[in-house]
Design a protein around this ligand. Structure first.
Ligand code: ADP
Ligand code: MG
Length: 473
């Protein structure tokens, strides 16, 4: 055990979904290189920013989902620096009064729930995209001005695992709210990772190192692990950690020096005077609040604690909001949550996976789904019959209830089952011989009965009657 405790704080940038950019009417989305732009995005003099209400709405939703306090007035500030990807010479951001402050996100670690506290979340604009070649650079201004939400955690994360749990929870909040597609492979979610070490007994935090712009969660994990290792070695050999910005190099498997804090730019923040302060009216705040869905964490715990669904299945159901909504609608028609969950996780998802289908391809309405589960729970049809009904409904695009009627109900009449068993006996005399010679044939005969009846007999009753009939032999 190392005598050092890792302390990690994350800054997560996500591109928000909206029709237009944060302060101009250029398209926010895909397009030919350098086509989604206008004079404002290029920093032409005389242009004026106009705030995108949709981006504000989405940021406000995220702020509320992060349990943040939201300000009475919306304010923007200028962060001044020049770089070719920032033609105005400043970025419009929120410095003094972010859209959300002092929030938290719950995660479930191996040792129980943990609250990851959020310093703030603020709305800003993305920069242009640059590609550096050997002797020149290419620049695409399509991304310049895309609404970007930056969420900053407190230094309260203590391992790479916790960091990943937080990032996954956060991404899922964005997805539940449809605030961002949060696709790391498209650079829609990017993370700055701050790491320091402190001795267990120290209350003061150690000096931190920042690794900027990591765009996959897998790399975040690697970067944290390797940085903890690097800092531990320095401290153990009596060295000191310098406050610096480093870049994690995936090929080297370690961070490399970029710049020290002494070289830090002074951004000379001040209020963005081209955007007036905008009062966030109660009616606006309320309309956003009323749209907030119940989020993954709360749903998952309800599934486990109230419905009695297993942990793993509860994770699977709530990972995707659409699937979770489908499940909730089904059980709202009265079917048992555990049986419904078992059918969705144990059958439907596997079936969809095997056949490359998504939930949109499954046209079984929730009411019918619920009815079939109810028939199954009541013992009117077997689990296999229920699966057959669903399979047929999907493959033949037929109404579930029609199929259920066609297939008939489960055979649970004792005398009917006795008759079938005796038929199986007379068709398979060799097995009866085996039984008389002391072999255990129950399982084999059950298989024959299931085959003969296409799995329609009630298994419990059949087992009982089979024992009676065998004893009679
Ligand atoms: P800056 O604006 O210079 O980046 P902040 O105080 O806003 O500084 O911190 C940015 C991030 O660094 C936050 O996520 C915060 O949690 C994290 N952080 C601050 N101090 C430490 C520390 N000692 N160890 C690890 N992370 C830290
Ligand atoms: Mg920072």
């Amino acid at each position: 055990m190392s005598k050092y405790v890792p302390v990690i704080g994350l800054e997560v940038h996500s591109e928000l979904k909206s029709n237009s950019k944060n302060f101009s009417s250029s398209k926010n989305g895909e397009g030919e290189v350098n086509t989604n732009l206008c004079p404002l995005d290029l920093g032409y003099p005389g242009t004026l920013p106009v705030v995108n209400k949709e981006a504000v709405r989405k940021s406000l939703m995220v702020a509320m989902a992060l349990n943040c306090n939201v300000p009475e007035k919306l304010c923007f500030d200028r962060k001044n620096y020049y770089y070719p990807d920032l033609p105005k010479g400043y970025q419009i951001t929120q410095f003094g009064s972010p859209i959300g402050v002092h929030g938290y996100v719950m995660i479930d670690t191996d040792s129980g729930p943990k609250k990851i506290s959020i310093q703030d979340t603020h709305l800003e604009e993305d920069t242009a995209n640059m590609d550096h070649m050997s002797t020149y650079s290419l620049i695409d201004y399509n991304r310049a001005g895309v609404p970007l939400l930056e969420t900053v955690t407190d230094p309260c994360i203590n391992s790479a695992d916790e960091a990943i749990l937080f990032l996954e929870a956060y991404r899922n909040i964005l997805l539940y709210l449809d605030a961002s597609d949060a696709r790391a492979d498209l650079g829609q979610i990017r993370v700055d990772v701050n790491v320091s070490l402190k001795r267990e007994e120290d209350s003061k935090l150690g000096t931190r190192v920042e690794m900027k712009n990591i765009n996959s969660f897998k790399t975040v994990r690697e970067a944290i692990i390797s940085e903890i290792d690097r800092q531990t070695k320095i401290l153990e050999s009596g060295g000191v950690i310098e406050q610096e910005t480093r870049r994690y190099d995936e090929n080297l498997g370690t961070s490399v020096f970029m710049r020290s804090k002494v070289d830090a730019v002074d951004y000379k923040y001040y209020r963005e005077s081209n955007i007036p302060e905008i009062k966030l009216r109660d009616s606006f705040i309320d309309s956003v609040k009323n749209c907030l869905p119940i989020l993954e964490y709360e749903r998952r715990h309800k599934y486990i604690d109230v419905y009695g669904i297993g942990k793993v299945d509860a994770y699977t159901l709530t990972k995707d909001k659409k699937l979770s909504d489908y499940f909730e609608k089904i059980i709202s028609y009265g079917s048992n949550p555990v049986d419904t969950s078992n059918m969705i996780v144990g059958f439907l998802l596997g079936y969809m996976n095997k056949n490359f289908l998504s939930l949109e391809d499954i046209k079984i309405n929730e009411d019918d789904f619920s009815s079939v589960i109810k028939m199954m729970s009541d013992g009117k049809i077997s689990n296999k019959q229920a699966k057959d009904i669903f399979t047929k409904a999907i493959e033949e695009d037929k109404n579930v209830m029609d199929i259920a009627k066609e297939m008939g109900s489960q055979i649970s009449d004792k005398e009917e089952i006795r008759r079938i068993i005796n038929e199986v006996f007379s068709e398979n005399t060799k097995v009866i011989e085996d039984y008389k010679n002391g072999k255990n044939v129950n399982g084999f005969i059950m298989g024959l009965i299931m085959k003969k009846t296409s799995g329609k007999v009630n298994p419990g009753i059949t087992n009982m009657v089979l024992k009676e009939e065998l004893e009679k032999l």
